[in-house]
Design a protein around this ligand. Structure first.
Ligand SMILES: Nc1ncnc2c1ncn2[C@@H]1O[C@H](COP(=O)(O)OP(=O)(O)OP(=O)(O)O)[C@@H](O)[C@H]1O
Ligand SMILES: [Mg+2]
Length: 251
């Protein structure tokens, strides 16, 4: 947990993969949108000088559920380590988006207080090789003390590459908690400053179901419970079966 003396319920999710374009910002913004719909306004920490997360939030309509954000530019001015003291007291979840090409020192600093680390991976042969090396390094850097999970992005279930990814990761005891298909809904949602859960349900139904598995896993890990009336209408899946459960949503 983050050391913030004035609150006792603050969880930090760090999205990490030094490989560019694998879906870090997509996952960070979609989880923020999910948490904003389900509970108090979450906070995004945008560590990327490109500022795509901050720009996503700027596009967001004032009528949408509130999400707080600290941009990389602001972090540079205020000091990278000052953000825990700038989190609004209402916030219970912090999602940290990170840039590509980070070195070991930066990774260590970013993950020091993480409650979980999510690694989006594009499961091509090359990306799997890079991602598994990175996860091995990450587990060593975090001394195996932080839960690490993988999200296979822009892929279909039942592919050889996905099977290879989950098999290799099983050796590291790192679960693949979700599979996101390649979908223009993510691109349209990002243009509007929205998450997949805020898109018309009839259009984004499959993507919502896939993202729900990831959000469920995070909720379970962080021991979140929602009021019965806002409990998502999907089953919470055991971690190890998350990918298998995703099969139910594949069409
Ligand atoms: N499942 C998906 N389906 C379709 N498009 C996607 C999907 N996931 C991500 N994208 C698109 O791929 C591009 C790269 O995604 P994103 O910006 O999330 O990656 P990133 O890891 O944050 O990149 P960087 O390392 O440059 O910060 C974006 O245009 C995004 O909209
Ligand atoms: Mg990004």
């Amino acid at each position: 947990m983050i050391i913030a003396p004035y609150r006792d319920k603050l969880s930090q999710i760090v999205i990490l993969n030094p490989k560019g374009g694998c879906g870090k910002t997509t996952l960070a913004t979609n989880l923020a949108s999910y948490f904003a719909l389900r509970g108090p306004p979450p906070m995004l920490i945008d560590n990327d000088p490109n500022g795509y997360t901050s720009r996503w939030l700027e596009r967001r309509s004032k009528d949408s559920r509130r999400i707080h954000c600290i941009s990389d530019c602001k972090l540079t001015i205020l000091g990278k380590r000052t953000w825990p003291s700038r989190i609004p007291s209402e916030t219970e979840t912090v999602i940290v988006d990170t840039p590509a090409a980070l070195g070991p020192r930066e990774i260590t600093a970013l993950t020091r207080n993480a409650d979980c680390i999510l690694v989006p991976v594009l499961p091509s042969a090359f990306d799997i090789h890079t991602a598994t090396n990175f996860i091995a390094e990450l587990l060593l850097l975090t001394q195996f003390e932080r839960p690490v999970a993988v999200v296979a992005n822009r892929t279909r279930l039942n592919t050889n590459s996905l099977e290879m990814l989950t098999r290799i990761l099983a050796d590291f005891e790192t679960p693949t908690i979700g599979v996101l298909r390649n979908s223009q809904n993510y691109v349209h949602a990002a243009d509007l400053g929205l998450g997949i859960h805020e898109m018309p349900h009839h259009r984004a139904r499959k993507d919502i179901a896939q993202m729900d598995l990831i959000a469920n896993w995070v909720d379970r890990l962080l021991r979140r419970t929602w009021e019965p009336e806002i409990t998502p209408a999907f089953n919470v899946q055991p971690m190890s079966r998350a990918v298998g459960a995703g099969l139910a949503y594949a069409e």
